[in-house]
Design a protein around this ligand. Structure first.
Ligand code: CTP
Ligand code: CA
Length: 224
């Protein structure tokens, strides 16, 4: 079907998308995680495939299914694994979208055996995980690099500072203030901000529609 993809806006382009949560192991049966479902990343992957791209979709633990010949799914568990896989593919891709809810911290040590309750209380020392987007941003050559920002306060300022810190080309601000936006739900309300700090706010929409809006913004800048 390769010839059918010719003439689409992302024909011949490769896209890397991270999606879902990461799980950071405490012991063989316990982890530190978060409520991300991966929905936004899966919609971005589907939309990219529909636009003609070949997609690498790196997913943390999620029940979502993906069956699309243009999308290669690479399942991972932890932030460190996600970072390594992203680095493995980075040189061959044109666009990266980091939509994963990467755990900022992991337990300093992982117990090989299940921790027993007779230990009394439990204090878990946490250490910082690698910042995946920043790691890629530091190595960036031709790639167009897009992050997400989940903010509750000073959202525009914080999102803009993440563009600079991670050497991004754009960031998608997720407005948690609005009903129906954020983790798990069917809908999202975003503002697209590029590295020149041009801002474009969107209405509350389904995540599939939000994915199309994000790709429209990226495409207009890729071709500029
Ligand atoms: N991100 C990443 N690696 C991490 C943490 C975050 O690649 N270890 C990415 C996320 O996928 C997202 C962007 O960085 O695209 C911003 O994530 P966010 O949690 O909003 O920002 P942080 O840089 O982690 O800062 P903080 O949580 O303190 O606001
Ligand atoms: Ca974070």
């Amino acid at each position: 079907t390769a010839h059918l993809q010719e003439g689409l806006p992302l024909s011949g382009k490769k896209v890397l998308i991270t999606a879902g949560p990461t799980y950071e192991a405490i012991d063989p049966v316990r982890f530190v995680g978060n409520h991300s479902t991966g929905r936004m990343g899966f919609e971005l992957a589907r939309a990219a495939a529909d636009l003609g791209a070949g997609v690498i979709l790196i997913t943390g633990p999620t029940h979502l299914q993906m069956d699309n010949p243009s999308i290669t799914r690479v399942p991972v568990v932890s932030a460190q694994e996600m970072c390594q896989v992203a680095l493995d593919y980075f040189d061959e891709v044109d666009v990266v979208i980091g939509s994963a809810a990467v755990a900022d911290f992991r337990p300093k040590t992982t117990s090989d055996s299940k921790i027993k309750k007779k230990c009394g209380g439990l204090t878990i020392e946490m250490v910082p995980n690698p910042d995946i987007l920043q790691t890629l941003g530091d190595r960036k050559e031709k790639q167009y690099l897009v992050g997400f920002a989940l903010e509750t306060d000073n959202e525009l300022e914080n999102a803009k500072s993440k563009i600079a810190k991670k050497n991004l080309d754009a960031i998608v601000l997720n407005s948690l203030r609005d009903e129906g936006a954020g983790f798990g739900g069917e809908t999202n309300k975003i503002t697209f901000i590029d590295k020149n700090f041009n801002q474009k706010p969107f209405e509350l929409k389904t995540k599939a529609e939000v994915a199309q809006d994000i790709w429209t913004e990226i495409l207009s800048r890729l071709h500029a």
